[in-house]
Design a binder for this molecule. Structure first.
Ligand SMILES: [Zn+2]
Length: 171
């Protein structure tokens, strides 16, 4: 017996309703995080569609050991293979941690109704990120400062939670 595989039905037609889309960027001049960070890095080189390497500004970097990744919402993840913390890296580049996150939510195209459906995996992803923030919060409430690694992870969780919130139209 031959099993016939069909592609899953796509809700809504892509490419429709573009009449107002072309000028959304022009209305908001917010600079994407990647365009803020890259010009401040030495020897920045693109290594993939959403990846770059550069010299880490936070330590005496002989060879590029900083990897930068851009998430679909524009949030940047930075990782120094010598172990510098995210806050130190962006600080040495003259930026602050919040510069790694897209500033203006109005920058995003409007959601289509089909995108508001939340699959279970997405929910559990959000729950996990919320847990990361919750654990960090509990630690802070107990008076224990967060390590740099923990701060980096919290920053990543915050970015993901904000992206999730804006995906469903809140925040
Ligand atoms: Zn470094």
């Amino acid at each position: 017996m031959i099993a016939q595989t069909k592609p899953p039905a796509l809700a809504g037609a892509r490419g429709r309703g573009t009449s107002k889309k072309h000028n959304w960027h022009a209305q908001h001049s917010t600079i994407p995080p990647i365009e803020k960070l890259l010009p401040r890095l030495e020897q920045a080189k693109k290594t993939g569609a959403d990846r770059w390497i550069a010299q880490c500004p936070a330590h005496d970097d002989k060879r590029p050991s900083l990897s930068v990744r851009e998430l679909p919402d524009g949030t940047l993840l930075v990782k120094c293979w010598s172990g510098c913390g995210g806050a130190d890296i962006v600080g040495a580049a003259g930026l602050r941690l919040h510069d790694l996150f897209p500033r203006s939510r109005e920058n995003r195209r409007p959601l289509r109704p089909s995108e508001r459906w939340i699959p279970r995996e997405a929910l559990s992803g959000v729950a996990f990120e919320a847990l990361v923030v919750a654990v960090a919060g509990e630690q802070l409430l107990a008076g224990t400062p967060l390590t740099r690694d923990a701060l980096d992870r919290v920053a990543q969780a915050v970015g993901r939670l904000r992206a999730a919130a804006s995906e469903v139209g809140c925040g």
